[in-house]
Design a protein around this ligand. Structure first.
Ligand SMILES: Nc1ncnc2c1ncn2[C@@H]1O[C@H](COP(=O)(O)OP(=O)(O)OP(=O)(O)O)[C@@H](O)[C@H]1O
Length: 635
């Protein structure tokens, strides 16, 4: 959270905090990059892990117009120059990934001046992977053994998914295997040397669920959306990527129409797709932006999760799944114009960037006004593709994190101040806190493991030669005695047969009794397990209640803490203002006192000598030592 000082009554602040608890707040982070040159002067000081202060340098517009007060900005967390990529990722992205696995939709965007380190933070560099790369690693490390078969879930190109029959999915898997082999032979296939083994245990992963991950990568450039994963191999010099439409689905969620969405099964596969997109971006947009990104990159990870049925098998019921997404956005630099050479095309580009960021600002301002005053003003999301794409994050239920990337150079002070002001507008906007969309099914916990154990046991039974004969399993006696009658008078055979059958019958009864007994035992055991399960579920529910209670308490405390921090900052500012005022009053008092002294001195009758000296000093205030000597001589 960022707070710039404003004078509001504590009642207002309290009401606001209450509102925040219900609606949820956008979390603000600030990353300060290291300076390029040692000779550069910094205008940013980190006061604590949440507060930074901006000191206007003498060259700044504010300073020149007499506004040279320090400005304090409050964030959820401040990352100093030496903060690692890992730390930034853990603070800004891990909570969002956890929420995505709870079925929520999340947005993380990097905003700041050109060269502030947005792309460095989002995409990273070789050996210093950024947020996108780490997010992919963490997701796949956690769901490695819980993935659905490929192509079971198929995007319907309208934000939704279809569940395919196993045979259709298998056919698609075969086709894809050929296609990938072909693709890997092209120049676009890049070695993924950036892959970082990032192991962080996520919350919200349910081993009784199956997961499927889909990624898409688009670029918003000159108010048009381009698909970076579109096949560009046939695109020659004169052929360009086609702009895509941004549409709204039945649930008012936005999507890029006809965008390529790739289902990935490993972090390596996801990285290959990511680098393919980066290559396209460099090839198509790189040449016109000369190192500074004048377009907005949107990398989306969609997670489909379905609950396994009561036997631990894949769900067949259509629609029995939940879809959530994580959008990782690298916004264009907010000060592109200065960095770009003044060719007309580039001025046009920078104008477009500023337009889209301006529209974003306008939308947020109107949204805040609507929320604050209960108005229903039309918000111009449609004025820019960027805002239209993210409409749902601001209007609907979502979790949003904003990462403000700043360069502390004093020369950038004025622009940095604008970035902070933009962040301050964002702070005012409230987004609805999304409740988890993953519903409890009532199925027993541990279905996947139980199913696996059952399958293993079955396999073992099939493999074991000793139990393959069904005779061995349900045998009630040895083989029948020889029934060949050699002598018609021979009663022994009949007698033996009767004995054998009686023994067999006895064995049958015994085994039957045994079976009934075992069945009874099994049901007793099952009952005990069910009872235990019921108790565990009960305990689980009460633990969830406690957790919810504690979470609410934590949220309330956090809100209180934020409120206190705001109040403390206000009081500090007030103190500063008052001490400045006291200083000025003291100075004025000294001046008045001196003036009074002067008047009193004048009122006193002076001796003649001193009068003549005074008279002289009045007429000629600058007296040299020679004059003084001569005056005293005259006296
Ligand atoms: N925290 C950091 N530590 C080390 N180097 C950094 C850091 N932040 C940025 N850099 C370096 O600064 C340069 C510019 O950073 P980057 O391209 O990320 O800026 P940007 O904000 O994305 O700019 P633009 O909006 O123009 O794309 C890069 O060479 C990057 O390596």
């Amino acid at each position: 959270m960022l707070a710039m000082y404003c004078k509001k009554s504590s009642k207002n602040v309290q009401a606001k905090c209450q509102q925040m608890r219900e609606r949820g707040q956008i979390k603000f982070f600030c990353r300060i990059r290291s300076m390029e040159n040692d000779s550069d002067i910094s205008c940013i000081k980190v006061l604590s892990d949440k507060i930074v202060s901006l000191t206007p340098p003498s060259t700044s517009v504010g300073f020149q117009t007499g506004n040279y007060r320090e400005i304090h900005c409050l964030f959820h967390r401040v990352f100093e120059e030496d903060a690692s990529q890992e730390t930034v990722f853990e603070w800004t992205t891990i909570p969002l990934i956890n929420d995505v696995f709870r079925g929520k939709s999340c947005l993380l965007f990097a905003y700041g001046l050109s060269g502030g380190g947005k792309t460095y933070t989002m995409n990273g560099e070789p050996r210093k992977p950024g947020i996108i790369s780490r997010a992919l690693d963490v997701i796949f490390n956690n769901i490695m053994h819980f993935q659905a078969e490929k192509f079971v879930f198929k995007p319907d190109k309208m934000n939704g998914f279809e569940v395919q029959a196993e045979e259709d999915a298998w056919k698609e898997r075969q086709c894809e295997a050929h296609r990938t082999q072909r693709l890997m032979k092209t120049d676009d296939a890049i070695e993924c040397d950036q892959q970082a083994p990032c192991y962080i245990q996520l919350e919200g992963i349910d081993e009784d669920n199956i997961y499927a991950i889909f990624i898409s990568y688009v670029e918003v450039y000159k108010n048009a959306v381009y698909d970076l994963l579109e096949d560009t191999r046939d695109y020659g010099k004169h052929k360009r990527l086609q702009g895509k439409l941004v549409r709204e689905d039945r649930t008012h969620d936005m999507y890029v129409h006809d965008v390529v969405e790739v289902e990935v099964k490993s972090s390596k596969e996801a990285h290959e797709i990511l680098y393919k997109g980066m290559c396209t971006k460099r090839k198509i947009f790189g040449s016109v932006t000369s190192g500074f990104s004048c377009s907005h990159s949107v990398f989306t990870i969609r997670i489909v999760q379905a609950v396994l049925d009561q036997f631990g098998g894949a769900p067949e019921q259509k629609g029995a799944y939940c879809v959530s997404k994580l959008c990782l956005v690298d916004l264009a630099g907010s000060k592109c114009t200065n960095y770009m050479k003044n060719t007309s095309q580039r001025l046009g580009e920078s104008g477009n960037i500023n337009n889209s960021l301006m529209t974003l600002k306008t939308c947020l301002e109107i949204l805040h006004e609507n929320q604050k005053l209960g108005m229903k003003k039309l918000i111009p999301y449609r004025d820019s593709k960027l805002t239209y794409l993210f409409k749902n994050f601001f209007e609907g239920e979502s979790n949003i994190h904003a990462l403000i990337c700043v360069n502390p150079r004093a020369a950038n002070f004025d622009e940095t101040l604008h970035v902070m002001k933009f962040a301050n507008i964002l702070k005012e906007v409230q987004v609805l806190h999304q409740s988890s969309t993953v519903k409890s099914t009532g199925f027993p916990v541990g279905r996947r493991r139980a199913n696996q154990m059952f399958q293993e046991a079955l396999q073992k039974l099939e493999q074991d030669e000793r139990v393959q004969s069904s005779d061995d399993i349900c045998s009630i006696s040895t083989a029948f005695p020889c029934l060949e009658l050699k002598d018609p008078m021979d009663d022994k055979l009949i007698h033996n047969l009767i004995q054998f059958l009686e023994f067999r019958h006895e064995q049958y009864n015994l085994q039957r009794q045994n079976l009934v007994h075992k069945e009874k035992e099994f049901f007793e055991h099952l009952k005990a397990v069910m009872q235990k399960n019921f108790l565990a579920q009960h305990e689980n529910t009460s633990l969830h209640d406690i957790l919810d209670f504690e979470t609410n308490k934590r949220i309330a405390l956090e809100a209180k803490e934020n409120e206190m921090e705001s109040c403390a900052e206000q009081l500090r500012q007030e103190l500063y203002n008052r001490s400045e005022a006291i200083k000025m009053v003291k100075q004025e008092a000294v001046v008045v006192h001196e003036a009074q002294n002067g008047v009193e001195m004048l009122k006193k009758p002076l001796p003649l000598a001193s009068f003549s000296r005074r008279k002289r000093s009045v007429t000629s205030p600058i007296i040299s030592s020679e004059d003084e000597n001569s005056t005293s001589a005259m006296a």
